[in-house]
Design a protein around this ligand. Structure first.
Ligand SMILES: [Zn+2]
Length: 939
């Protein structure tokens, strides 16, 4: 296609700049990755990575998914993925789950898998590298997954119900509409009939041989890659992979994995559908085009192609969101992208995704297309390009700055994409070096040639998808209306876009500096505490966990609790209102433009008991963050345009929110637990009438009037010598009165005693849900109780999963969690169980939920607790190397004098089954409060 020509032009320019080479140079592969292929076709990737310390991630990626299924196997690629956790040669029954748990690896978050149309990927993450046998055992699990699954008939039968319930859980309005229109969206292609979840009549009835046939046909070394990333010995790991996998034989007569083509469509494909549970209308316009073939992804051209496409869609997106703020804009939100056509890797599409204002679907789509056409006709301005390019390079620089501390998962994904889609693995050093040479040498004129190639001038390869809320009296858009609107826009003579920017400093006149008056050290947590001339306190905790991060939190007591009944809606939407406002002389859009290329932010928000300004930046942009903090305290600018656009968006989202059973259930839970206290209810569209912009700005002023009532925490990689004068300039200069201190008022209301709320509801797909809470409102917070609650919650979680999912097949997921809150207005220690269940088995699931907590008062499985302790210790080690963890620990210590850190590990080590039993009995159940909310489908 012609796109290539543009890239060639840009590429020639690039070659002239960079090298004397006559052809496109290949992209250099990251040297830190050891990649190889065994004789039987198995590919492997091994990479040493020291962050987090002593942790390893294991993956097996398969180049097959639901597209390889025969007609009688629909849903079995995904079914097979489940069976990987239900018995293999070396790990019988659920031993994979139990064994990895003994290493502190959580099933679900660390141990998991996914199946999509053309890939199936399994992973075991965050395995401690301290025991070498454990690493070998994880490789053995990968080996079992690759060709040692048992696929026993009785285990298969037990899993049918689980998958059927997964289908139910995932059945939403958009899922239903997508699924039934797939054959229309993919005419003449298998993609139209291979949704990974499959057909329930097959899931419920297939014979085990049909699943085994898929497994043996497709799970083979030539379709598989083993990926190991982390704190490991690369040579040893590679040798071990060879030893384990070399013996697997590759059959002579094997089926090849064919890439499924997506045919072009001469006539436009237009899908208009509706569903009673769809919460808002959405419309997508797509122009299909060929994806870059895998063989062509290895050279510089591909890097260029990605860059110029992302620059042009970023600029278009900026214009689309600016347009959305105009009062007469028919859409609420619109965005452009160029990526896979729906879910096919062989075909891409340039897409516009639009959320229209009610009744304006056609106009909304036309309006978004008009902006794209404007860019096609006149191109983008140099000023727009400078902004997106500097933002791109600045984000790249952020990653580069933190290059020594990138998580294993980033490299795991890189290798997975390389194996499955031949995406390049470029080191961050190479990427930065190349892009800093390339980007400044590609002019806006070259970028301006991209959109005219992506946006087709005729209707071939055109696809429109319009999903609507089904309601009586609604008139839905028609195919003819869409086509005629598109044709009209194509013929319009437009005017060029004008880029309005403010080229001024954020703060025109600097405030008079204050002073750091006194300072002291806190030896326990290694921080410095400064008191400023205006009475504000500043706490500095320097860390080196992330080279690219400084976190800031300014917090003060008060919050919503000091506001009356009339301000409940204002307080609930307070953060959304401040976020859509401007600062200083800059309105919302001008501010966004002014901050392009700068990685710094600060926002004012409010919770029930506090108001706070939260900030974040890279070290080099710390002064900008300080200016944003200063402006949040002193000068939030009213921006009616941005405000109205935000309110319109929220209104549309709220208007139909109770249409889905999930939100209706969540609303019932809050209403029941908080006894209909309006402060704790979710807001609805009606409430928006009470939202008052001026009053919100007044609240913002009042809540930030006294800096002396705030403590400012800085955690991260700051340079103290740089930060101190900035603190004097931007914090000590804020108005402050040390004599005035505020406190919050108690506002919480919890249901007491035994409360049961069981209700039915009409649904498109029958679903049932239960939520159970047991809590104590008298027991003051202690760290030990918080840890006991956490551990007890995890025990209950394991029991529910085993009894409700594995044994009863009554749900896809069932879980529990425990917590004790520090710093609320009412002490609160609780265990909570949740279960989206099979309607016919609701009574049984609910009975198990109730009985199992009672059983915990008598006995707790010692082996379960041992595994949970392992996970708690491991998670704690990981958390203690995060800035957010220290922000939390230090701010709680400062406000409440409670140390959540120092005794954590010793308390975890001291946990026993008896202690957990006693805690559930004497704290949780003795609290005497039990709330149970159950939703069932109406017959
Ligand atoms: Zn699943």
């Amino acid at each position: 296609m012609k796109l290539k020509r543009i890239f060639n032009a840009a590429a020639l320019l690039l070659i002239a700049v960079m090298t004397q080479a006559q052809t496109m140079p290949p992209l250099p592969m990251d040297k830190a990755v050891r990649m190889g292929k065994l004789d039987n076709g198995l590919t492997y990737y091994v990479r040493q990575n020291g962050w987090p310390e002593k942790r390893v991630n294991f993956y097996i990626a398969q180049r097959v998914g639901s597209i390889q299924e025969n007609d009688d196997q629909r849903g079995l690629a995904h079914f097979l993925e489940h069976m990987a956790f239900n018995g293999s040669e070396n790990f019988k029954g659920n031993e994979v789950i139990e064994y990895t748990r003994s290493l502190g690896v959580n099933f679900g978050s660390d141990l998991n898998a996914y199946t999509s149309i053309d890939r199936t990927v399994y992973r075991i993450c965050d395995v401690p590298s301290t025991r070498i046998e454990a690493l070998d055992s994880c490789l053995l699990i990968l080996k079992d997954w690759s060709n040692g699954l048992l696929l026993e008939a009785d285990e298969i039968d037990k899993e049918r119900g689980v998958i059927h319930e997964e289908w139910r859980l995932r059945s939403s309005a958009s899922q239903r509409m997508f699924e039934r229109n797939l054959p229309t969206l993919y005419p003449g292609s298998k993609y139209g009939h291979r949704m990974p979840i499959g057909l329930m009549e097959i899931i419920d009835n297939f014979k085990p041989e049909v699943l085994r046939a898929y497994y043996h046909k497709w799970y083979r070394p030539d379709n598989q890659a083993i990926i190991v990333i982390g704190d490991i010995d690369v040579d040893r790991t590679e040798a071990k992979i060879k030893e384990l996998f070399e013996g697997i034989k590759l059959e002579e007569n094997r089926a090849m994995v064919e890439r499924e083509p997506v045919p072009d469509n001469a006539e436009p494909i237009i899908v208009v559908d509706k569903d009673k549970e769809q919460q808002f209308n959405i419309v997508m316009l797509m122009f299909k085009h060929d994806a870059t073939p895998n063989e062509e992804k290895g050279n510089m051209m591909y890097l260029l192609e990605g860059y110029v496409k992302s620059m042009s869609t970023s600029m278009l997106n900026q214009r689309l969101s600016e347009k959305a703020q105009e009062a007469d804009c028919p859409y609420l939100q619109a965005s452009a992208s160029d990526e896979e056509y729906l879910f096919s890797s062989t075909k891409d599409a340039f897409s516009l995704t639009v959320i229209p204002k009610e009744g304006k679907t056609i106009e909304a789509l036309a309006s978004a297309l008009r902006e794209a056409q404007r860019a096609v006709q006149f191109g983008f301005n140099a000023s727009e390009y400078v902004r997106v390019r500097s933002e791109y390079l600045s984000q790249l620089d952020k990653i580069y700055t933190n290059r020594e501390k990138r998580n294993n998962a980033i490299f795991g994904d890189e290798c997975t994409e390389h194996f499955l889609d031949n995406e390049p693995i470029l080191s961050i050093e190479d990427q930065k070096m190349l892009m800093e040479q390339i980007a400044p040498n590609i002019p806006v004129e070259a970028i301006n040639q991209v959109l005219p190639e992506l946006i087709s001038k005729n209707d071939s390869n055109l696809v429109i998808v319009s999903f609507n809320t089904e309601k009586e009296g609604t008139v839905y858009p028609t195919k003819e209306e869409f086509l005629s609107a598109i044709n009209t826009v194509r013929g319009e003579q437009l005017e060029a876009y004008v880029d309005n920017v403010k080229n001024e400093p954020l703060i025109a006149k600097l405030p008079k500096k204050g002073k750091i008056k006194s300072e002291k050290e806190n030896a326990k947590f290694g921080y410095k505490e400064l008191t400023l001339s205006n009475g504000a306190r500043v706490i500095l905790k320097k860390t080196d966990y992330k080279a690219d991060e400084i976190q800031m939190l300014a917090i003060s007591k008060g919050g919503n609790s000091l506001l009356g009944e009339n301000d409940i809606v204002n307080s609930k939407l307070f953060s959304a209102v401040t976020a859509s406002s401007g600062l200083g002389e800059f309105d919302n859009q001008e501010l966004e433009k002014a901050l392009a290329g700068i990685q710094a932010s600060a926002n004012l928000s409010m919770s029930n008991l506090h108001e706070m300004v939260s900030g974040n930046c890279v070290p080099k942009d710390v002064e900008t963050m300080m200016q944003l903090v200063y402006l949040n305290f002193t000068n939030i600018k009213k921006d009616e345009k941005a405000y109205n656009s935000m309110v319109n968006m929220i209104e549309t989202m709220l208007k139909n929110r109770s249409l889905t059973p999930e939100t209706a259930f969540a609303d019932s839970v809050s209403a029941t637990v908080y006894m209909h206290n309006p402060r704790f209810l979710n807001i609805d569209a009606e409430d928006l009438k009470k939202l008052d912009y001026d009053r919100c700005l007044q609240i913002a002023k009042e809540r930030t009037a006294n800096a002396a009532d705030f403590t400012f925490f800085f955690v991260g990689n700051f340079d103290e010598a740089t930060l101190r004068p900035l603190i004097e300039q931007y914090i000590a200069s804020l108005p402050g009165n040390p004599k005035k201190k505020e406190n919050w008022k108690p506002v919480s209301t919890y249901a007491k005693g035994n409360v049961i709320n069981k209700f039915t509801r009409k649904m498109e797909t029958p679903k049932a849900q239960a939520r159970m809470m047991w809590y104590n409102l008298e027991q003051p917070y202690t760290l030990e109780n918080a840890i006991l609650a956490d551990a007890a919650g995890q025990v209950l979680d394991m029991i529910y999963l085993k009894k409700i999912r594995e044994e009863a097949s009554a749900a896809y997921s069932a879980g529990a969690a425990g917590s004790a809150t520090l710093g609320g207005d009412t002490p609160y220690t609780a265990l909570i169980g949740v279960c989206p269940m099979k309607p016919e088995m609701a009574d049984e699931a609910v009975k198990i939920m109730r009985e199992e907590i009672e059983n915990m008062t008598k006995t707790v499985d010692a082996d379960m607790l041992k595994k949970i302790k392992e996970a708690l210790v491991k998670d704690h080690e990981t958390n203690a190397k995060k800035n957010s963890y220290w922000m939390d620990v230090i701010s709680d210590f400062d406000e409440l004098g409670v140390d959540k850190h120092s005794d954590y590990l010793s308390i975890v080590q001291s946990l026993t089954p008896e202690k957990i039993s006693r805690f559930v009995k004497d704290v949780i159940l003795a609290g005497g409060n039990h709330v149970e909310v159950v939703m069932l489908p109406e017959e």
